[in-house]
Design a protein around this ligand. Structure first.
Ligand code: NAG
Ligand code: NAG
Ligand code: NAG
Length: 541
């Protein structure tokens, strides 16, 4: 209880000035548990600035892209912003043409802090343009702005501001190269092949100068990490294995790989990696490292040589980072930093504040923006990562302003999707569960728009009211039940399951994990809207 009240104090402090409101539950990690945060946050780079750690991750076609999280102890993480405000890399990122950006967009990228100008920099190659982009911010919360563009792909970039402030980026697949960028990070000065790797596929570079030694961490997907070490940025580099098929700290998950190194203020080092943890996606894991006599890092393993399920807390601090479960009532003037749209939103079709004026309810208004029968083509689907190992998400939605033909609801959103929602036909609004919405794996086009698997009650403003509570419960452990179930309630108290259990799969090809999402699209014409009154995510047993 004492802890809970301390936490709430921290919450008030941390969220003062933030434009969103959430009720935070007590969920402080007492030690470095693995995963520290069971969210889909792949291709991480973790850095430290003073007493604060920052985390960047890839987001593919979700917008805004490249979330930023912070932590004071490496164990508790809080979402604070995004480095890429809009995926303005081509028409395929807007869902208003037939070409779509699924599985493209933001891949492995890099975020670093530059002491000399006190700014954060993000760099990434966008595969669909083969160009690289730099974004820059004075504060990691933002605003982030596009700083420069390079007509070359720094594939899986790892940025380094050297001790003398020279700027480098390590990058590549198979072959690893090091480019030197101009001091103002707008031009390439040179690029040098530093590792020719004909046999082993390598990628995921992270670049460091640690006590005068240049280290590049590279991965062999999806199970090994190697460290290259040289006494100057261009090599020659010696190479040692950091991890190779080490046992994961989650039953049934893939081996920890593709990460980087970070130190605490008192000089302890950690390797931050991720595990293929499908159906949930790719989840961070952290372990301490020591250094061998040649200056290479060595993982601190558990008694069996595997990655431990927990380690001693890296930093003891009373500064709190909040990884919020709980309720978001959309009462602020902007969306909280956990939220990402599927592709760039149509900003004219959503708003926060008073919904429609009729009842002066506050929330997120989603007006229909697309006329389509295809969820994957609909604009303005708002998504939230699914917390593992088991959680429940609930959207409360007022559907009184839906128009004929509109479809609104809560999806388990991935390349195989399903939803519980409301279909409006004429003047009748009916609760439905739709299953079997799938993409082709070859090109991520829509294979099947799905079909109603079960119909629920019709909603009437006079008898049932027009607020529906839509819920998905899921177990995303790779060795778990692999089932999500769909529920609705008309009073917010008694819930009924609708439709069959949804069978999750552990396939990785879509890369992004599934998300809780809320959507509203038209099949006849635009003009209708729904008011999303809240979203709650709870951990469940
Ligand atoms: C798609 O939407 C974007 C941004 O809303 C806009 O700039 C672009 O012109 C639109 N494209 C089409 C084909 O309507
Ligand atoms: C790696 O570099 C060598 C030497 O430049 C080149 O011949 C080879 O094609 C490169 N391999 C890849 C996969 O780019
Ligand atoms: C770097 O140098 C400092 C000072 O000599 C030393 O304490 C520290 O252990 C070194 N770190 C590594 C990773 O070698």
């Amino acid at each position: 209880m004492k802890l809970a009240s301390t936490l709430l104090g921290g919450a008030t402090l941390a969220l003062a000035g933030a434009a969103f409101a959430q009720s935070i539950e007590d969920q402080t990690n007492p030690n470095l548990a693995n995963p520290p945060l069971w969210d889909d946050l792949a291709d991480l780079e973790v850095i430290r600035v003073g007493d604060t750690f920052y985390y960047t991750a890839s987001t593919m076609a979700y917008s805004p892209g490249a979330p930023v999280l912070k932590s004071y102890d490496l164990a508790n993480w809080e979402y604070i912003g995004h480095s890429v405000p809009e995926l303005d890399f081509g028409p395929e990122y807007y869902l208003n043409t037939s070409s779509r950006g699924y599985v493209q967009g933001i891949w492995a990228s890099s975020m670093r802090y530059r002491e000399s100008d006190s700014h954060f920099y993000w760099i990434g190659c966008i595969v669909s343009t083969q160009n690289s982009y730099v974004y820059k911010a004075a504060s990691p919360e933002g605003p982030w702005e596009r700083w420069s563009e390079f007509e070359t792909c720094y594939y899986d970039a790892g940025l380094l501001f050297d001790d003398n402030d020279d700027v480098y980026v390590a990058y590549g697949a198979y072959n690893i190269s090091v480019a030197q960028l101009s001091f103002d990070v707008t031009e390439e000065l040179s690029t040098t092949l530093v590792l020719e790797s004909p046999d082993v596929y390598l990628e995921g570079s992270r670049f460091y100068n640690i006590n005068g030694s240049y280290l590049i961490a590279v991965t062999r997907p999806a199970d090994a990490e190697f460290i290259l070490k040289a006494d100057n940025p261009y090599g020659p580099y010696d190479m040692k294995t950091l991890v190779d098929a080490i046992a994961a700290p989650v039953d049934g998950a893939g081996a920890p790989h593709q990460g980087g190194l970070v130190d605490t203020q008192d000089g302890q080092w950690y390797y931050t990696a991720f595990i293929d943890n499908y159906p949930g996606g790719r989840t961070p894991v952290i372990a301490p490292v020591t250094w061998d006599e040649d200056g290479f890092p060595v993982i601190v393993a558990d008694g069996d040589g595997g990655w431990a399920g927990s380690y001693a807390m890296p930093v003891i601090t009373d500064k709190l980072a909040l990884s919020p479960l709980g309720t978001d009532s959309f009462t602020g003037s902007s969306l909280g930093p956990e939220w990402e749209w599927n592709h760039n939103p149509d900003n004219s079709a959503w708003s926060l504040g008073s919904g429609g004026g009729r009842r002066r309810q506050v929330g997120l208004t989603l007006s229909t923006s697309s006329v389509t029968t295809d969820l994957f083509q609909a604009r303005n689907t708002l998504t939230h990562r699914i917390r593992g190992p088991k959680s429940r998400g609930t959207f409360v939605v007022d559907v009184s302003s839906m128009a004929d033909g509109d479809r609104a609801g809560m999806a388990w959103f991935r390349d195989r999707s399903a939803y519980v929602g409301v279909h409006k036909s004429g003047s009748t609004s009916r609760v439905v569960m739709v299953n079997g919405i799938t993409m082709e794996q070859s090109d991520w086009s829509t294979a099947d728009e799905g079909a109603v698997a079960e119909e629920g009650p019709t909603l009437s403003p006079w008898s049932t009211g027009s607020t529906v509570h839509l819920r998905v419960e899921t177990d995303i452990r790779p060795a778990g039940s692999l089932i999500a179930s769909f529920w609705y309630s008309l009073d917010g108290e008694s819930y009924a399951q609708i439709g069959p259990d949804f069978e999750e799969d552990t396939d990785w090809h879509f890369f992004m994990g599934p998300r809780y999402s809320v959507f509203n699209f038209a099949t006849v014409e635009t003009g209708g809207s729904v008011l999303v009154k809240s979203f709650t995510q709870e951990a469940i047993e």
